[in-house]
Design a binder for this molecule. Structure first.
Ligand SMILES: Cc1cc2nc3c(=O)[nH]c(=O)nc-3n(C[C@H](O)[C@H](O)[C@H](O)COP(=O)(O)OP(=O)(O)OC[C@H]3O[C@@H](n4cnc5c(N)ncnc54)[C@H](O)[C@@H]3O)c2cc1C
Length: 480
């Protein structure tokens, strides 16, 4: 019997189990897919928002600002890439100037530090490539950029080291409440998990989890956003994250450097057909492109290396839903976590712990052995350090991904432990082969071979990403 079962291995579930792993509790994380970060956490803008956008007095505003302030410490503690690069909201018209004035006031009310309205000259000094029509901007120095997958993996890796049980390929299909615990049905009855409390962090499926346990207390609708990822040749066009003024449809198209030196452009905003609809469309991408060229006219979209779409979890309430369910005691909902959910996730996790404590769960600190130090990544080592690692293990001397300089040793390492990758994209989410200009064209077959060898599975059993996404059909003789 677990004390707490957290459903969903996105960033909200990951931050929650990380926070719970500091306490003397038996905790498990239940995820339907074969890996973590398979939902919205995989496909978003990767921004740490400053907090001037959410309406004053909402949970979104408070947890955005609180979460944003936690990133330096958390990124060092767990070991994931984060940079406070600052954001600019561009004004192209008098109406936009009014909007950035309103955002400034809202930001101040929300507690955002360092906000300033700047004129076109200062804007041009900060961002020489900004569109010539930009007449000023709101500067938010506390905004940042982060690697969302790496953040999710780093926190889960630490939580697993501290004893949290990670259960992948475990789809919750039913929940029964007895007088003092929950019985959670997995994969249609294949197995059952018992837990005293449940945390529902199931993203766009959180309404279904709620309904399995009690009443349908809210509805989640998927809202799609589409992106361009551009090669590193475009990554230095801007140093801040450039937003346009927000509308009722979202924060508007942004242009931003990523923590790995690429340029990211997007998103648009429109309802998805269903909760599985992650297709990109020509129309949506054209809107993004035209809008982005207003912010930075010199973006060369011929250097696009990938397009993708993510699904925001829009609920029928305006705010995040962070509360104990009304119809079932002991189930805490972390639902409707749309943007700025990635930013707010560390603060949402603390809120979850407070709510669990309020249900009567005893929260004593765990006797922690010192956490193993965050391992310096091979790519970040000095030449001398690399030489010494290669001497110990020659696999670190064989470069597999030329675009990102990833070695065989790093790929092998990503396949081990309770959070080991099981697919090509799983390896990419951990150590990045396939993230560069060739998008896996050169390194993909080599990574596939290593996965097959190390996990002792046939090459045609290796998957691109989620279960069912096989890369090969079979042996050549079978095909001919
Ligand atoms: C286009 C877009 C742009 C965004 N940009 C930003 C940004 O720049 N900054 C920011 O702060 N926020 C941003 N967000 C919001 C942020 O990405 C989300 O708030 C955050 O990722 C939500 O995390 P989550 O863990 O709640 O959900 P998810 O990451 O979706 O995780 C939910 C998990 O639950 C699992 N699950 C679902 N049902 C079941 C079941 N029955 N059994 C077991 N497991 C189940 C899913 O497989 C999934 O892994 C953006 C979102 C989108 C879509």
């Amino acid at each position: 019997m677990y004390d707490i079962a957290v459903i969903g291995a996105g960033i909200v579930g990951a931050c929650t189990v990380y926070e719970l792993s500091r306490l003397d509790l038996a905790v498990c994380l239940i995820e339907k897919e074969n890996d973590a970060a398979a939902g919205a956490t995989k496909a978003n803008s990767a921004l740490v928002h400053a907090g001037f956008d959410p309406e004053e007095g909402t949970l979104m505003a408070r947890l955005n600002v609180e979460g944003c302030s936690m990133f330096e410490e958390l990124s060092k503690e767990a070991g994931f890439p984060f940079k406070r690069n600052g954001a600019l909201v561009l004004a192209f018209s008098d109406d936009d100037k009014k909007t950035i004035g309103m955002l400034y006031d809202r930001g101040i009310a929300n507690g955002v530090k360092g906000l300033r309205v700047i004129d076109s000259q200062e804007l041009k000094r900060l961002e020489p490539n900004v569109g010539s029509q930009a007449a000023g901007a709101l500067l938010a120095p506390s905004a940042g950029i982060v690697g969302p997958w790496e953040m999710c993996m780093a926190l889960l890796g630490k939580a697993a080291d501290r004893g949290v049980s990670l259960r992948f390929r475990n789809k919750v299909t039913g929940i029964r409440k007895t007088s003092d615990f929950f019985e959670i049905e997995i994969n249609g009855g294949e197995s059952r998990v018992q837990a005293k409390r449940i945390v529902n962090a199931a993203g766009i499926h959180a309404d279904e989890i709620m309904e399995m346990a009690g009443e349908k207390e809210f509805t989640i609708l998927p809202r799609k956003g589409q992106y361009y990822v551009l090669d590193k040749s475009q990554g230095k066009l801007v140093s801040h994250t450039l937003f346009q003024c927000p509308s009722d449809k979202g924060k508007g198209v942004m242009v931003t450097p990523t923590v790995h030196g690429n340029l990211l452009v997007g998103p648009d905003s429109g309802m998805a057909e269903d909760k599985e609809d992650r297709a990109t469309s020509r129309e949506g991408l054209l809107i993004v492109k035209e809008s982005a060229l207003r912010s930075v006219g010199s973006i060369d979209f011929r250097d696009t290396i990938r397009n993708y779409a993510g699904l925001r979890a829009y609920s029928d309430r305006k705010d995040f839903i962070i509360e104990e369910a009304g119809s079932v005691k002991g189930l805490v909902n972390l639902a409707g976590i749309k943007s700025p959910g990635l930013t707010a996730a560390p603060a949402i996790a603390r809120e979850a712990v407070r709510l669990l404590e309020a249900t009567g769960m005893h929260m004593a600190p765990r006797q922690m052995e010192t956490d193993p130090e965050v391992r310096v990544k091979f790519g970040e080592m000095s030449d001398e350090e690399k030489q010494s690692v290669i001497k110990g293990n020659p696999a670190y001397g064989r470069v597999i991904c030329r675009c990102e300089g990833i070695t065989e040793g790093e790929v092998i390492e990503s396949l081990g432990g309770p959070l080991g990758a099981v697919s090509l994209d799983g390896v990419k989410r951990r150590v990045r082969p396939g993230s560069g200009r060739c998008q896996g064209g050169f390194c993909g077959p080599k990574v596939l071979e290593i996965i097959s060898r190390e996990l002792k599975i046939e090459p045609w059993e290796v998957q691109l990403d989620l279960d069912g996404s096989h890369v090969l059909e079979g042996e050549q003789d079978d095909v001919l």
